[in-house]
Unconditional design. Structure first.
Length: 203
């Protein structure tokens, strides 16, 4: 039974070149994201994960905000490379913005202070699981995506995103996933020796 699941994980790849088209309707995109949010595990069942699906004009608005911030201070070749990447991401069909609700994390930390210093790590673990759940489901539907980390962007940008999309200030961004039908085939992936990465102990 696990073979199908592992095959799905192998199907997921990073696609930077994506088109402004989707293999499934927006309603199906929303169902996938909702199911992933519902069923992704969280520490103490805090359910702190949040997601925002943006398509159409909203997606253009998002990447215009990101581009304006990311290109500040860049010159020459570095600026040209950044423009090419941002244009590709913004040219996709849509994006999923992922967040962790800091208010929820703070609430559980106050209730169970013994583990307060660990909640940020557990929140990060949960966020990663949510990212891979949506990403893999998208791949199975024929969509290409990549994971872009808003931590590289400014606090001002995140304030603008929250204001533009009317999001609670307690939602802390963990990643942005631009997606669309792939425009090409990704390069072959290489792997380090698995023997150096996984050990089995039976005694």
């Amino acid at each position: 039974m696990s073979d199908a699941y592992l095959a799905a994980l192998a199907t997921r790849r990073t696609h930077h070149a994506i088109t402004n088209a989707s293999s499934i309707p927006d309603e199906k995109l929303e169902v996938i994201i909702k199911q992933a949010v519902i069923h992704t595990p969280t520490a103490f069942n805090t359910q702190s994960g949040r997601a925002v699906l943006v398509t159409g004009a909203a997606n253009t608005k998002l990447w215009n905000l990101i581009s304006e911030s990311a290109l500040k201070g860049l010159e020459g070749e570095a600026k040209e490379i950044a423009i090419a990447k941002l244009t590709a991401f913004g040219g996709g069909y849509g994006s999923v913005m992922f967040f962790e609700d800091q208010a929820v994390i703070d609430e559980i930390a106050a209730k169970i202070p013994k583990y307060a210093s660990h909640y940020s790590v557990w929140s990060t673990n949960s966020a990663g699981m949510l990212h891979i759940a949506v990403w893999t489901a998208f791949a199975l539907e024929g969509l290409g995506a990549s994971l872009q980390h808003s931590g590289a962007y400014s606090d001002e940008l995140m304030r603008n995103i929250h204001k533009t999309f009317d999001l609670p200030s307690t939602w802390i961004s963990t990643a942005i996933m631009p997606f669309g039908i792939p425009a090409g085939v990704p390069a072959a992936k290489t792997f380090l020796p698995i023997e150096d990465r996984v050990k089995t102990c039976s005694d």
